[in-house]
Design a protein around this ligand. Structure first.
Ligand SMILES: Nc1ncnc2c1ncn2[C@@H]1O[C@H](COP(=O)(O)OP(=O)(O)O)[C@@H](O)[C@H]1O
Ligand SMILES: [Mg+2]
Length: 614
């Protein structure tokens, strides 16, 4: 899989940029709706936070009181020992109660917040997956699986941080800061100012840190994406690497990618390594200042020892939220970036279905008409030009032509995988754009060259999770398409469990399963795109017989390279550079001596040459 490298060239859609996303109120309003269903829980968490903080702020007051009111009083002889003891006992009792209450509050707060967070992540993940299921195939042409997986798995986590850690965390820290500021200024203004003297330095350090950290975080993210992309490509392409003896050079290449990531992380280590000790340093200098100034005031009688103690405690409480705020700003940025990416997916255009779809006839007669259809995957790069044809119910049609002529595109349009730009495609006289895709796709059995088997057993893969198809029927159909002989040889037979992709089966075996799969639906229209390309001639002959029987009561469309396999088709269309150049039966076309005739000649000669060689 080819994941575009961030920072490198290549395809860079909106999913790879926006790394610099700052706080964006419009986006925030959009994202907040994931948190809205849980507003009660979040409010509760906020309330618990508030109570916890209040207790936190109150504790130093009690501590200071304990020192001043009793110890000092006793030492100066103004307070009888017994009174002080009782008072102290009460105070300590209250203190212990508060500590216990804080323990409970803290537990409840964490649980509320975390469980809400996990629910939000679950919701976002489901929403993104639901959206992805509704996107047209063209989306997946542009966005590699690895990137889409990241959008579903990793980004919701980052986005969740926005609601739980960042928004609530900032709220709490700001409240703490305000409360502490209020408390110290109320106690002693000049000592409070002394503490505030450290503020400019802290502010400066924080700003510098934020700027540095942002650049570094971006770098780390990019380098990580780089490593992931590299690994993804090189693990998927292991066969090619081994076949072309690229192991050594790839190891060197990885060393470089890895080194870049290491370096980015090291820069982070250095910056973080400086920031915290620097803040600590400022903090202890401020403490020294406070000890000096507070000490003088205490000696002079303007302040008490308890007050000085309280101030020292508050100082600790003041610096902690400051540092947290700085870090929360960083998280805010990265979670907004994740939010932006999730939002970009959520805003992608879905597969278009009409608001008021024409119901699909059951059963269909299976008449297919292309009426001057023009189609381009992108812009005006026409892949199909003015394609018109009619396939009558029960007819078998075949499309032949060079690689890249547009055969698969015709089939993709018929299945509604892409939207055509001009003309009309009609099934039973109804334009497919006016039907619901889900409805009419049910009537089309599709067999492709590359078959994707899902993780699960063979029988389940044949019935495609449709419980209405009995085991008997599965076996019957498997016999019909000659898949039974290889299935019987698998360990467990029909219960043999496949891994996703079905990589342990040969391409031909996968195609046989795909035939069976299409038939369990009993479709009125059967479409086969190079469906027998990987099957040996022997098996193909066997299937051919089955296919002939299959075609009796349904419309079939086949694309095939081996012209021998489509010789009996009612109508053969020759596609050349997106246009239908010839059409007719095999005999008619042979007589015409045009493109088809030449194709047949080429294959015939090629085949006889091969025959001579072996
Ligand atoms: N998903 C796609 N996005 C853009 N271009 C495509 C896509 N699929 C096919 N094409 C282009 O459209 C043309 C016709 O392709 P296709 O219909 O697959 O040909 P065929 O099946 O006849 O070999 C080719 O030039 C191919 O490169
Ligand atoms: Mg094709």
């Amino acid at each position: 899989m080819n994941v575009p490298m961030p920072g490198g060239g290549g395809q860079r859609g909106k999913f790879y940029t926006n790394e610099k996303a700052r706080f964006n109120p419009r986006l925030f309003r959009k994202l907040i709706r994931f948190a809205l269903p849980y507003w009660k829980m979040l409010l509760l968490a906020l309330l618990l936070m508030g109570l916890f903080t209040a207790a936190d702020i109150y504790r130093p007051l009690l501590e200071g009181q304990a020192i001043d009111a009793f110890m000092e009083g006793v030492s100066e002889g103004t307070l009888p020992m017994q009174v002080a003891r009782n008072g102290l006992m009460q105070l300590v009792g209250l203190y212990a109660l508060m500590v216990l209450a804080q323990f409970v509050l803290s537990y409840c707060r964490t649980m509320t917040l975390r469980s809400t967070g996990q629910r939000i992540i679950r919701d976002i993940r489901s929403a993104v997956f639901r959206k992805v299921q509704r996107l047209p195939l063209s989306f997946f042409d542009k966005h590699p699986a690895g990137v889409v997986v990241t959008r579903i798995v990793n980004d919701p986590d980052a986005l969740n941080e926005l609601f739980t850690t960042v928004v609530l965390g900032m709220f709490q820290n700001i409240i703490v800061l305000m409360a502490v500021t209020f408390a110290i200024f109320r106690t002693d203004v000049s000592m409070a100012l002394c503490l505030m003297a450290a503020m400019p330095l802290i502010a400066l350090a924080t700003i510098v840190f934020r700027l540095k950290a942002r650049v570094i975080f971006l770098e780390i993210r990019n380098r990580l994406a780089h490593i992931n992309a590299f690994l993804d490509e090189h693990i998927s392409g292991m066969g090619v690497i081994k076949a072309f003896h690229m192991e050594k050079s790839k190891i060197d290449e990885f060393r470089n990618v890895n080194k870049a990531y290491y370096k980015a992380n090291m820069r982070n280590v250095v910056v973080m390594g400086i920031f915290r000790p620097f803040i600590d340093c400022v903090r202890y200098l401020a403490l020294a200042l406070l000890l000096w100034y507070g000490g003088i005031r205490t000696l002079g009688g303007a302040a008490s020892i308890g007050m000085l103690y309280m101030f020292i405690k508050y100082m600790g409480m003041f610096f902690h939220p400051l540092m947290e705020l700085a870090e929360e700003f960083n998280t805010l940025q990265s979670s907004m970036a994740a939010g932006e990416k999730i939002n970009a997916i959520l805003e992608e255009d879905e597969e278009v279905d009409p608001a008021d779809p024409v119901p699909v006839a059951r059963p269909l007669t299976g008449r297919i008409e292309f009426d001057h259809v023009w189609f381009a995957y992108e812009g005006e790069n026409w892949v199909l030009r003015d394609v018109s044809f009619v396939i009558e119910p029960g007819q078998s049609a075949a499309f032949v032509g060079a690689t890249g002529a547009g055969k698969t595109s015709i089939i993709s349009l018929l299945c509604g995988f892409y939207e055509y730009q001009k003309g009309r495609i009609l099934i039973d006289g109804v334009e497919i754009k006016s039907m619901s895709k889900k409805d009419y796709r049910r009537h089309i059995g599709l067999v492709l060259q590359d078959v994707f088997l899902m993780a699960g057993d063979i029988a389940t893969n044949i019935r495609m999770w449709n419980e209405r198809v009995s085991d008997e029927r599965v076996r019957e159909i498997a016999r019909y398409v000659q898949a039974d002989s290889f299935i019987d040889k698998l360990p467990g037979g029909y219960d043999h469990v496949l891994r996703s992709g079905g990589g342990t089966l040969s391409s031909g075996e996968r195609q046989l399963i795909s035939f069976a799969r299409a038939l369990t639906q009993d479709p009125e229209i059967l479409v086969m795109d190079e469906a027998t390309a990987n099957i040996d001639t022997n098996t193909e002959l066997l299937i051919q017989e089955a296919l002939l029987r299959l075609q009796q009561n349904r419309t079939t469309i086949a694309v095939a390279h081996r012209l021998s396999t489509i010789k009996n088709a009612d109508r053969i269309f020759v596609i050349h550079k997106g246009r239908i150049r010839e059409s007719g039966s095999h005999d008619e076309l042979m007589e015409h001596r045009g493109l088809y005739y030449h194709l047949v000649q080429l294959q015939y000669n090629g085949a006889s040459e091969q025959g001579q060689q072996t």
